[in-house]
Design a protein around this ligand. Structure first.
Ligand SMILES: [Zn+2]
Length: 302
């Protein structure tokens, strides 16, 4: 099953092969028949199909062997047209084997990068525990309805906290003049929004923190670190495909996780937690947490 696939970068690579012929007659014009698919190629310039009766130019095709031990290059449509299912099955076999090899290579590359990755997730795990502890502490210091309200605010991306205050007489005069409200319409004295504070780090409240750090990164990276290359090579196609897909997503996942940790650090500062009083949190029950946060200095992030 294991086959090495020659990398064919340019047409000259094909021409340089000892058994390669740029044009060959095939059955029924000759006794020669299709042999097997060696490897696919894709060029920047079109090359002629190697089937003598065809010669259709194409960018991408397959290097094939013939029944008499020669090689030529054909387009994939040509292969199907001239050689039928025998070619199609061969092509699929080679395409799948190449895809499998790419996936194994991707997972293996991550396995070889494991010392660095384990250091990285060790840091993320510490951040995760620290921020989860702080979140639990905050949950313990506010009413049951507070956090869902904060979460809804974070989901809306509404970092500014404002307060409605009654307009002055002069402001109200302008307001009545420029709207369809009237001073005596029974809808009450008009109000205006006044800026109170900007909340930092709401991305932390919005994010699915555990999924991003633990489920998508920490646990699977640790699991992979205990896996042998032979186990990866023995994986079923579906399992290998899922793993290779995840491997491809890890770099982006790490960046996102780091951004959320960074947001969490900005959220849990004494100054920021103090602002929650504007949203109805009790200053007295928050005060112990605020005091502790005041004494905290985060190590500088590289
Ligand atoms: Zn052709």
């Amino acid at each position: 099953m294991d086959q090495n696939f020659d990398v064919i970068a340019i047409y000259e690579d094909l021409l340089a092969r000892p058994n390669f012929h740029s044009s060959l007659p095939f059955h029924p014009k000759a006794t020669r028949r299709f042999g097997a698919v060696v490897t696919p190629y894709r060029f920047l310039e079109k090359i002629p199909c190697g089937i003598e009766s065809c010669h259709t130019p194409h960018f991408a095709g397959y290097l094939i062997t013939t029944s008499d031990g020669l090689e030529t290059a054909i387009g994939s449509h040509c292969g199907k047209t001239h050689f039928g299912m025998t070619f199609t099955r061969e092509r699929q076999r080679v395409d799948q084997a190449i895809a499998r090899k790419r996936r194994i290579d991707a997972v293996t590359a991550m396995l070889n990068d494991m010392p660095r990755l384990l250091g990285l997730i060790e840091g993320l795990e510490k951040d995760y525990k620290d921020l989860q502890d702080k979140k639990q502490r905050l949950l313990g210091a506010v009413d049951a309805g507070f956090f869902p309200m904060l979460k809804a605010r974070a989901d809306r991306g509404q970092s500014e906290i404002t307060k409605e205050v009654p307009m002055t007489k002069a402001e109200a005069d302008v307001f009545f003049e420029t709207s369809n409200r009237k001073a005596n319409d029974g809808k009450g004295w008009p109000t205006k929004s006044v800026h109170l504070a900007n909340l930092d780090g709401l991305l932390f409240i919005k994010a699915r923190f555990k999924d991003m750090l633990v489920v998508n990164l920490i646990t699977p990276i640790r699991d992979l670190s205990k896996t042998r290359i032979s186990e990866i090579e023995g994986m079923k196609p579906r399992q290998l495909a899922a793993m290779a897909k995840w491997v491809g997503e890890v770099p982006q996942g790490v960046l996102k996780a780091q951004a959320v940790v960074e947001a969490g650090r900005r959220f849990f500062t004494a100054e920021n937690i103090e602002k929650l009083v504007h949203l109805g949190a009790d200053r007295n029950t928050l005060s112990a947490m605020i005091n502790d946060l005041q004494g905290e200095i985060y190590p500088a992030t590289p």
